[in-house]
Ligand binder design. Sequence first.
Ligand code: NAD
Length: 294
Amino acid sequence: MTDAKLIDGKAAADALRGRIAADVAALKQSHGVTPGLAVVLVGEDPASLIYVRSKSKQMTSCGMASFEHRRPESISQADLLTLIDDLNRDDAIHGILVQLPLPAHIDEHFVLNAVAPEKDVDGFHVLNAGRLAAGIGAMAPCTPLGCMALLEEELGDLSGLDAVVVGRSNIVGKPMATLLLHANCTVTIAHSRTRDLRAVCRRADILVAAAGKPELIRGDWIKSGATVIDVGIHRIATESGKSRLVGDVAFAESRAVAGAITPVPGGVGPMTIAMLLGNTLTAARRIAGLLSDT
Ligand code: NAD
């Protein structure tokens, strides 16, 4: 059997950014609107700093405006809510992203739900979660949206396929399962209490791994010819004392069985940021009254 096709998330993200940049230019010209994203970063977490820089660079390269609001780790919840309230009322801002994690003294759910739902480009507000579940014009979370774009590009119509999502977080697993259901897949959500995860995974035509466990999914858990989307990303130490990035899927042995598979890095990661740009553009269009709500 030949190795699975590699699903190139970087190429897909590049192409998507090109389309978004063209749409941003058209929106500016037709309605004088420049989509703007505000990123709120609390504390000095180095990984978060890198993400925020990367998001900001990509926003500006697509012709959008990016505003960074950095606050110290010691900020009070009340002050953070005041900042979000100001951003909710700022007409130059169409999307607000609160970089996670937040410090322990801040109630993450409370803060995320303070973002105006129409500016919630991460799709974490309960109203957007509910709208997504009901299938009515939600702002959906970026990582599952990116996975769906890769799947649809790879497979076209997903109707009737058996999809297994490993992981049930509000950020990845649950919205991923919902999007697959809306695409007419037969969906199973597996999680840490699932019995015989291997057998569940082996049923999948589409397997989305989002358990946050390095190389959990082995090659012999995968149905021959399945399409595998690996959301996990972990830096692990190698025997030579260096480190490398791996996903939730044991890549080499899974590639020998699957039909198509995303690599880590270069699979889902680049699509997540591209989808954030897409959601910011959508928010700007909605706020300008150019898109209906359903
Ligand atoms: P999370 O920890 O919130 O959720 C993990 C889920 O996996 C839980 O629902 C849990 O029930 C399930 N799980 C844990 N151990 C399991 C096991 N042994 N068997 C089956 N299920 C198990 O994580 P998350 O935020 O959903 O993220 C998942 C992974 O995706 C992480 O590695 C994260 O770094 C990565 N991630 C990547 C991107 C990206 O852009 N590439 C974006 C978000 C998250």
